[in-house]
Design a protein around this ligand. Structure first.
Ligand code: NDP
Ligand code: 2IT
Length: 446
């Protein structure tokens, strides 16, 4: 990196102790050099230094009362990263590991992902270090209400539209939406992932997992391959993993392993997804329960072990940096020929370099998991029009969007790197171009 190394150096100097943010920025800057060589006017207009600095970062106290009557204090975040092409858009994550570095890496990635969807949405992300595990419904509600009491001052249907992410699903969106409405007295599309009876879009729940499979299906087809008969491993067992499992299975794959943060299950006969849904969606229990019913399956403690399971296709759908260099090497040594990222930044930059070196089919997160936010944008459209599309309509639009993302990424990859299969560069470049053009056109205070 020549042109952009000074930008990277400034990011590191200005944002010490934010390793995840540095990682996400470095992965993008590494691929944008040829674009900036063609556009010196963008360098001159400071587009690069501007794009790595959030437009606004909000951090706030979230105080709430637990079931024992004790006061608990968490920290809330909303990073409004870039609004060049639309209102800030991105999920909210509740997980004890959440900090500013994690929210910034997610918000930064969201800029390019949202641009790739072709829909008018800017990039943002939020969350809290609140741990929903083991909390009662009342505690979840109390936390969500306190969180939204502050967040409501900073968002709006035309300003910033949050949604779910790790630890935030339909239940949490409901509690937050109720509080927003209570405070503002307005029924607008200020959140996505809402319930189907009150403004939610059909197929939003399925969208990220389905979209991942639609994207990978295109990438596989381009190389004469498909999900048919492919042994597949999916990490995680949350929203993204469950619907990735459903669609991959529909497309002919045999999913043999899934996980949660305590370990992974292996079922040689193929995962029983109804059982997973019962355990994770209904009972909110641990995945280890699976082997009580499916007695031929095994449970192994620890998260990284799942990457030692021999598979053709791996779909990491849990969390960031779940595949490090060692796990990447294990996958490749076991003959894995395709990897599609459902989670955000699940592979370290060293792991990605290893995939590219091996020449496997690799669907990077920004492109491969964009189906969730794309369908959120479709939910926003339906809310604005005050009407609902059918499941089939939304699903068809989602599929078409994922196909067009694949096309845009592979064409940009070919144009700028000479290799249509380098979807890492292709996705970053295609996503960046639209945002950079918009930022340039909109000028700067002078
Ligand atoms: P969920 O909360 O529904 O599920 C998360 C899953 O990942 C759970 O199985 C969880 O296990 C596991 N997990 C979470 N953190 C860790 C960790 N630190 N180590 C190991 N396992 C972990 O979240 P989603 O399915 O919504 O999100 C999964 C990934 O997909 C995230 O990276 C998210 O950013 C990304 N994503 C989500 C989208 C969406 O629409 N929801 C859209 C695009 C990307 P456990 O239950 O034990 O914590
Ligand atoms: O990472 C993501 O794209 C999401 N968590 C979904 C964001 C959204 O606004 O639907």
């Amino acid at each position: 990196m020549k042109l952009l190394q000074p930008v990277m150096d400034r990011v590191i100097a200005r944002n010490p102790n934010q390793p995840e943010f540095h990682q996400a920025v470095s992965e993008v800057l590494e691929t944008l050099e040829p674009v900036l060589e063609k556009h010196p006017e963008w360098m001159q207009a400071g587009i690069m230094d501007r794009i790595v600095e959030p437009e606004r970062q909000i951090m706030f106290r979230v105080a709430w009362v637990d079931d024992n009557g004790n006061v608990q204090v968490n920290r809330g975040f909303r990073v409004q990263f870039n609004s060049a092409i639309g209102p800030y858009k991105g999920g909210i994550r509740f997980h004890p590991s959440v900090n500013l570095s994690i929210i910034k890496f997610l918000g930064f990635e969201q800029i390019f992902k949202n641009s790739l969807t072709t829909l008018p949405i800017g990039g943002g992300k939020g969350g809290s270090d609140f741990d929903p595990k083991g909390k009662s419904d009342r505690e979840i509600m109390a936390f969500c209400q306190s969180f939204m009491t502050e967040l409501s001052k900073h968002i709006g249907a035309d300003t910033d539209v949050p949604a779910g992410d790790i630890g935030v699903g339909g239940r949490e969106i409901g509690f937050m939406y109720g509080q927003y409405k209570r405070l503002r007295n307005e029924f607008t599309g200020v959140l996505t992932g809402k319930g189907l009876g009150w403004g939610g879009s059909l197929a939003r729940t399925e969208a990220t997992g389905f979209g991942l499979c639609y994207f990978m299906d295109e990438a596989l087809k381009a190389q004469g391959k498909s999900f048919k008969g492919a042994t597949t491993v999916i990490s995680g067992s949350g929203n993204v993993a469950i619907y990735a499992c459903q669609k991959a299975t529909e497309l002919g794959a045999k999913v043999v392993a899934m996980s949660d943060s305590s370990g992974y299950i292996y079922d040689a006969e193929g995962i029983d997804l109804d059982l997973i849904k019962e355990i994770k969606e209904v009972k909110r229990a641990r995945i280890s329960e699976y082997v009580k019913t499916r007695t031929n399956a095994t449970f192994t403690e620890g998260c990284r072990g799942i990457w030692t399971v021999k598979c053709d296709i791996a779909l990491p759908c849990a969390t960031q940096n779940e595949i490090n260099l060692e796990s990447a090497k294990t996958l490749l040594a076991n003959g894995t020929w395709a990897i599609g990222e459902g989670a955000n930044m699940p592979s370290t930059n060293e792991a990605i370099a290893e995939y590219l070196k091996a020449g496997i089919i690799f669907g990077p997160a920004k492109a491969a998991n964009a189906g969730g936010v794309a369908t959120s944008a479709l939910e926003m459209s339906q809310n604005s029009m005050r009407l609902n599309w059918t499941f089939e309509e939304v699903d068809a639009k989602l599929k078409q969007i994922m196909q067009s993302i694949y096309k845009a990424a592979s064409e940009a990859a070919l144009e700028y790197t000479g290799n249509a299969n380098n979807l890492v560069a292709g996705a970053n470049i295609a996503g960046f171009l639209k945002v950079a053009k918009a930022m340039y056109a909109q000028g700067i205070a002078y």
